[in-house]
Design a protein around this ligand. Structure first.
Ligand code: HEM
Ligand code: HEM
Length: 190
């Protein structure tokens, strides 16, 4: 019988980033304009998380770095084809498609936060960008903000479906790994 070993994959910062992002994104999405103070607070928290995560992507632990999970588009396409044929290989960190999704989510979330900050300045005459954006078109920026928020939500839905599919395909619980930080591997696997 082959032995299994535990590999530390997601460091505490990545896990804290992930699960508090899930919470703050849900709060921001659900509060919209009904509880604007709470909405803005959740939005600021997400802005802080994104900045920390981007820096961590450059200087963080092995599997947290962009260099570990940003692959050439050709490799991502091949991975997706293999996944459709149910024969995609397993990765310790993010797989190529997962890595591309992480980058896409970081970009759409950043655009949501920035457009939210502009809306807050232009429409509510508040927030850190007020001095620059007070005369900008608040309605237009609110539309843009809504668009980016919905785009982020669409990616999140695909993200969750992909995580579940990948977990079933490779018979490993990726959700538990994002919670505990550890993945199980056979002794002879890398
Ligand atoms: C990822 C984080 C965020 C998400 C998911 C999000 C989502 C949304 C959504 C869905 C709406 C409703 C849009 C509409 O129906 O027209 C909205 C409105 C708004 N958001 Fe955000 N938002 C986020 C971050 C922020 C941030 C950082 C700020 C500013 C600091 C902000 C300020 C606003 C403002 C001022 C409105 C318009 C409220 C109104 O006057 O009706 N949002 N947001
Ligand atoms: C409850 C629903 C969710 C589940 C079960 C889930 C699960 C996961 C898992 C298992 C991973 C690691 C993927 C891998 O092994 O390669 C991951 C990564 C990630 N997820 Fe989620 N996720 C959820 C919701 C969200 C939401 C709402 C967002 C964004 C608003 C999000 C953004 C991310 C990001 C940015 C990463 C990359 C983490 C990093 O490298 O720092 N997830 N998620």
């Amino acid at each position: 019988m082959s032995k299994t070993k535990q590999i530390a994959v997601w460091d505490p910062l990545v896990r804290l980033f992930h699960w508090t992002l899930v919470l703050a994104f849900s709060i921001a999405y659900l509060t919209e304009d009904d509880f604007l103070n709470l909405h803005v607070l959740a939005g600021y928290y997400i802005a802080g998380l994104l900045m920390v995560r981007i820096v961590w992507g450059l200087i963080g632990t092995k599997y947290a770095r962009f260099s570990d999970f940003v692959y050439a588009p050709k490799i991502v396409k091949q991975y997706l084809k293999d996944m459709l044929k149910l024969k995609a290989s397993s990765y310790v960190g993010h797989n190529p498609a997962g890595g591309a999704m992480v980058v896409a989510m970081l970009i759409t979330l950043s655009l949501t936060v920035v457009s939210g900050l502009v809306t807050y300045g232009a429409e509510e005459q508040a927030g850190p960008l007020l001095a620059w954006v007070r005369h900008w078109n608040g309605d237009l920026w609110e539309e843009l903000h809504e668009f980016f928020a919905n785009l982020s939500l669409s990616l999140v839905v695909i993200h969750i479906i992909a995580v579940v599919m990948s977990s079933l395909l490779h018979r490993e619980n990726l959700i538990r790994a994002m919670w505990t930080g550890y993945k199980e591997r056979q002794e002879d696997e890398s």
